[in-house]
Design a protein around this ligand. Structure first.
Ligand code: FAD
Length: 637
């Protein structure tokens, strides 16, 4: 991380100076009359968005929740590798890695054919295939993820804090208003003022208010899909057992009692069990069954037979019914009205898609939604992009959510199928193990691929870097930073915000890179010149970084192009962190690992949300400028 740019900064580098004249102004009721963005809901989706907004104190943001304070336990716990990559951009991946349970191996259990009332282990697989990501798959209480975002907000230049005890009850948008067109009605939920209503006007409203979203209802959205008519129980417990895989993720199918997904949790002792309970009738609701924690424990004991399972403490439990549901649109623009109307209200997370927790995707996909939306909203609100950019949120994320619902359907069916079945095309392992392996990239969060659009280029030059697939997340690889010989992941140079990264992979002869730098540095049509405003650093919006094939001892930092050694801040200090070399210590280097053409090199454009936007030849200067002309607004004056 970099700090001290504008003078020595004592203390915790994660704690920013509060910005002078922050944008929120409160009225007599303690609430602002107007905000740029009102976020409804302090779940993973809402907090992920608020943490991004908080870094821009010029944006007046507000996040509300009907609850009276932060969550302490329960709900989701699965963090896939893609979310960990995102956490890296926020700066708290290391903290999560230290605290969380790492899922390294998954085991599979079915009834023993010789003693069908008992279970036996029939398979095991490495949970995350080698090379998929530098990040682990981890489990951690959803509340701790909330805490990480709340810390970011608290330490941000905006010092953003949630407003609790406020429930969004309605949102009305005035289509004729250009400023603060959305009026949000908030109902107080604290005992002293329960039922009292307040209004706040907003430029944008984002409904991250869960499956029963009021924001979704206010814009006429509804969830479509089906229910599996199956009750499930989930419990976080401290227990004593002789079940051998108690610290592995285990998928357990019993002969007649249903199945269990067992997840060891952070801290070394805690464990979560998802337990299949009763089949429900078509019209029946899960609450009608009167199921309790005792029902979950009793069922778990039967499924785990012959192993003992003695629950000592129940930390949290819940009973739920699975529904696979999706909304038509993630914003308030009616279908076909994209040219006439700009979105003002969005929904994200469970507010627009619900699914079973068994594939461990709820928290991940929800944060993925608002990581997609955050940089777009900030770019528009800071006048660096036209509001048209916001249409892409619904287009991109609805397709991603549809993929989730489809996968979830398939996985839920297979887990609940008759135990012991094999796939006709592969009889070497049970079907649920086969499906788990086939779906590994999906559950890791790595199958999202945004379609070709203004933000995601066509694949004309994809051959120059086959492993940086356009539309997919930037797949990091090891490099060595030239200036200080630090071995690191190239992708870890990307931070959350609105900055686009240009990774220039250079041939042995760096003439093309130098020409590119000349163009970017001096030509007024180049994106680094055109979109740089007065007061911006060289890399505020477009961040050029170069990767050389040579080892770090073979080239000299002093000989590098000045654009790759930008001077920044009030002292004109040099930024030493833009240059990288291949790291061949483990045989393959980044050029081999990601199929980068060594003779020609290439430019990989990465979006602020870490997705590959385009691959271009190093000398495609006009194409590079044209790409950004389609997205960013030129600096004025
Ligand atoms: C009770 C429960 C148990 C769950 N258990 C599991 C589980 O075991 N495993 C798993 O993987 N997933 C579980 N989930 C799902 C998982 O937590 C979600 O997929 C994930 O949290 C989605 O994040 P989100 O931010 O979209 O919504 P949520 O986490 O649901 O957050 C929504 C937030 O909005 C607030 N809110 C709601 N309505 C309003 C309103 N009108 N105004 C203001 N605030 C409002 C809520 O209080 C909440 O804080 C559970 C969800 C719930 C609700």
């Amino acid at each position: 991380m970099q700090f001290h740019m504008n003078g020595f900064k004592p203390g915790d580098p994660d704690e920013f100076e509060p910005a002078a004249g922050r944008a929120r102004v409160n009225g007599a009721n303690g609430l602002p009359e107007k905000v740029d963005v009102l976020v409804a809901g302090c779940g993973p989706a809402g907090l992920c968005l608020a943490a991004q907004l908080a870094a821009y104190p010029e944006i007046a943001a507000m996040i509300v929740d009907l609850k009276d304070g932060p969550m302490e336990k329960g709900q989701a716990d699965g963090i896939n590798v893609r979310s960990m990559e995102m956490f890296q951009a926020f700066g708290f991946a290391d903290k999560v890695k230290r605290e969380a349970m790492w899922i390294n191996e998954t085991t599979f259990w079915t009834p023993d054919p010789d003693h069908p009332e008992a279970i036996r282990r029939v398979g095991r697989v490495q949970d995350v295939e080698d090379g998929l990501s530098e990040m682990p798959h981890v489990l951690i209480n959803q509340a701790r993820v909330h805490d990480m975002y709340l810390d970011l907000m608290r330490n941000s230049p905006s010092r953003l804090e949630p407003d609790y005890c406020l429930q969004v009850v309605d949102v009305v948008v005035d289509p004729t208003a250009t400023e603060y067109p959305a009026t949000v009605t908030l109902e107080r939920t604290d005992p002293d003022r329960v039922g009292q209503t307040e209004t706040v006007r907003a430029n944008y409203v984002v409904g991250c208010d869960g499956a029963r979203s009021k924001v979704r209802q206010a814009i006429g959205g509804s969830l479509h899909g089906d229910a599996a008519h199956q009750a499930w129980g989930v419990m976080d417990v401290l227990a004593v057992t002789d079940f051998p895989d108690f610290r592995m993720k285990a998928i357990i199918q019993s002969r007649t009692d249903g199945n269990i997904l067992l997840l060891p949790r952070e801290g070394g002792y805690l464990v979560r069990l998802y337990v299949e309970l009763d089949k429900l009738d078509e019209t029946e609701r899960v609450a009608d069954r009167g199921l309790s924690i005792d029902s979950i424990v009793a069922k778990a004991k039967r499924i785990l037979h012959p192993y003992a399972f003695d629950v000592k403490d129940v930390v949290w439990w819940s009973i739920y019914e699975i529904g696979h549901r999706l909304t038509d649109k993630f914003d308030d623009v009616p279908a076909g009205q994209g040219n006439n109307q700009k979105p003002r209200v969005f929904t994200a997370g469970d507010a627009c898609h619900t699914h079973s927790p068994k594939a461990g995707q709820g928290m991940n996909v929800s944060m993925g939604d608002t990581f997609n939306l955050g940089w777009k909203l900030i770019s528009v609100l800071t006048d660096r992009a036209e509001p048209d950019l916001l249409h892409s949120y619904s287009q991109e994320r609805r397709a991603a959510a549809q993929g989730l619902i489809d996968y979830d359907h398939k996985w839920s069916r297979i887990v609940s199928a008759t135990p012991g079945k094999t796939d006709p095309s592969d009889t070497s392992m049970p079907r649920f193990q086969r499906q788990f392996i086939d779906g590994a990239r999906f559950t890791a969060g790595l199958t999202v691929q945004y379609e070709c659009s203004a933000l995601t280029g066509q694949g004309v030059w994809q051959g120059l870097a086959k492993g940086f697939e356009i539309g997919t997340r930037f797949h990091s690889a090891p490099v060595v930073r030239l200036a200080d010989a630090k071995p690191m992941q190239l992708g870890h140079s990307i931070e959350a915000g609105i900055r686009w990264t240009l990774f220039a992979f250079t041939p042995q002869d760096d003439t093309d890179l130098r020409s590119l730098c000349d163009y970017l540095g001096a030509n007024p049509a180049s994106p680094m010149a055109k979109f740089r405003r007065e007061g911006d650093e060289a890399d505020t919006v477009i961040d050029l970084r170069a990767v050389y094939q040579q080892g770090f001892r073979e080239i000299e930092f002093a000989n590098m192009h000045p654009l790759l050694k930008p001077v920044k801040g009030r002292f004109g200090l040099t930024d030493y962190e833009k240059l990288f070399c291949a790291d061949a210590k483990n045989g393959e280097d980044i050029f081999d690992m990601r199929g980068v053409d060594r003779d020609k090199g290439c430019l990989v454009i990465v979006r602020p949300d870490q997705y590959v936007a385009q691959v271009l030849p190093l000398d495609a200067h006009a194409a590079l400028s044209a790409f950004f002309d389609g997205i960013l607004k030129p600096a004025r004056g």
